[in-house]
Ligand binder design. Structure first.
Ligand SMILES: Cc1ncc(COP(=O)(O)O)c(C=O)c1O
Length: 394
């Protein structure tokens, strides 16, 4: 509880907020080089081939499999469909253990295909699933563990593998945030039976809408390819239950054009992260969630924790930022177990995930990406500083 005494005890600091009212958003898309994109769209027109595993999709799959150093990349129309297809291709049944601290699509994808999401708490240091809490959730019905590489930070894959192999469970990862991130010297995309990336417009690397399922397992890749195309093995021959999970050519064009600039985007994200690190370091009550893997992250999320005893609550601070046209966001708020249909279907989790609940109340995400400049970051940090510091009552 924050009292007025506490608020007034905050030292006043002189911090003029730079004068700008440009709206700064979390998740503004990175733009590819327009001429490169246009050339690929021209090619698509010349081919008169807009979808159904066209040349651009095939080329992007090939490029991504080189980039991620993984044997198979199957492009799909988004990560949610990718997770659904992956869970079907893996033959999952019954229950799947996953964190509730994730975008609701992870849980929805499982629930939609008739699996029961079993919510596990997180490690407050990493914000990823806590491997020490997984085993207690395993039942006769459990078929898999689905980790989420939150903010691109790798899940504890060794511990998860060890538990999974002891209980004969499949492992898959929601790598929606994690394109371009490394773990133990390998690119994410190579862990578990398969991993699923989101290539949504708000992501580090994107194709407007899109997703990619990656695996080193030939048979699994083949099955995922069939399933994303209605189960067609060849013309007129359907051999699986399938769905329409195909990526259109125009999306692959965006991906191919964007891939050329990914190093530049990474450099801008790194610059922005370092600017936030410097700008926030001496502001009381806020802490930048540290990147522990500077050579292996995409720096795509700027995650800030607000102390419980701050003079403004996280939500009050967000309101001040929004009033200044800085559209910072809560993430993932509320966590999945507090959203429908989960809170009604599985009320047992409402009291079972203290670290998840605590984190959801504490964090906010600040804008970054190629739309955000160092001056914008100065403005954001100055707004946070001036919001959290007040002139002491005379
Ligand atoms: C962790 C996570 N999983 C899954 C998804 C769903 O991705 P898509 O929008 O590509 O379906 C998202 C999207 O933001 C996400 O953040």
């Amino acid at each position: 509880m924050i009292t007025d005494d506490l608020r007034d005890s905050v030292p006043y600091q002189e911090n003029p907020v730079p004068d700008s009212d440009r709206t700064l958003h979390v998740g503004q898309p990175n733009l590819s080089d327009r001429a490169a994109f246009d050339r690929l769209v021209d090619e698509m027109y010349e081919n008169r081939w807009f979808t159904n595993n066209g040349q651009l999709v095939q080329r992007l799959e090939h490029r991504l499999s080189e980039y991620l150093q993984v044997k198979h990349v199957v492009l799909v129309n988004n990560a949610t469909t990718g997770l659904q297809i992956a869970s079907q291709a893996l033959g999952l049944t019954g229950e799947v253990i996953l964190p509730a601290f994730t975008f609701v699509a992870t849980a929805h994808a499982l629930q939609w295909v008739g699996l029961k999401p079993v919510f596990c708490d997180i490690d407050p240091q990493t914000h990823c699933i806590d491997p020490l809490k997984i085993e207690a959730l395993i039942t006769e019905q459990t078929s898999a563990i689905a980790g989420v590489h939150v903010w691109g930070r790798p899940c504890p894959t060794d511990a998860i593998d060890e538990i999974a192999s002891r209980h004969n469970l499949a492992t898959l990862y929601d790598a929606a945030h994690a394109f371009g991130c490394r773990h133990q010297g390998r690119m994410l995309g190579n862990f578990g039976q398969c991993e699923v990336f989101s290539l949504h417009a708000t992501k580090f690397f994107h194709t407007f809408e899109g997703g990619a399922v990656t695996t080193n397992d030939d048979a699994l890749a083949e099955k995922i390819r069939l399933m994303k195309n209605f189960g067609f093995e060849s013309m007129d021959r359907v051999v699986e239950l399938g769905i329409n999970g195909k990526m259109p050519e125009v999306c692959a064009a965006m991906g191919l054009a964007s891939l050329e600039q990914l190093d530049d985007v990474l450099e801008i994200n790194r610059r922005n992260y370092l600017a936030y690190d410097a700008g926030l370091s001496d502001i009381p009550y806020v802490h930048l969630h540290p990147q522990t893997n500077l050579e292996g992250t995409n720096f795509h999320y700027i995650v800030v924790e607000v102390d419980d005893d701050a003079p403004l609550s996280r939500d009050e601070l967000l309101k001040r930022l929004h009033d200044s046209q800085i559209l910072a966001r809560r993430y993932f708020f509320p966590a999945c177990h507090r959203m429908e249909p989960y809170r009604t279907l599985y009320p047992e989790y409402l009291d079972a995930l203290p670290e998840t609940d605590r984190l959801c109340q504490r964090i906010m995400i600040l804008p970054t990406g190629t739309a955000i400049s160092p001056d914008d970051i100065s403005r954001i940090c100055a707004t946070i500083r001036s919001s959290l510091t007040r002139r002491k009552a005379a």
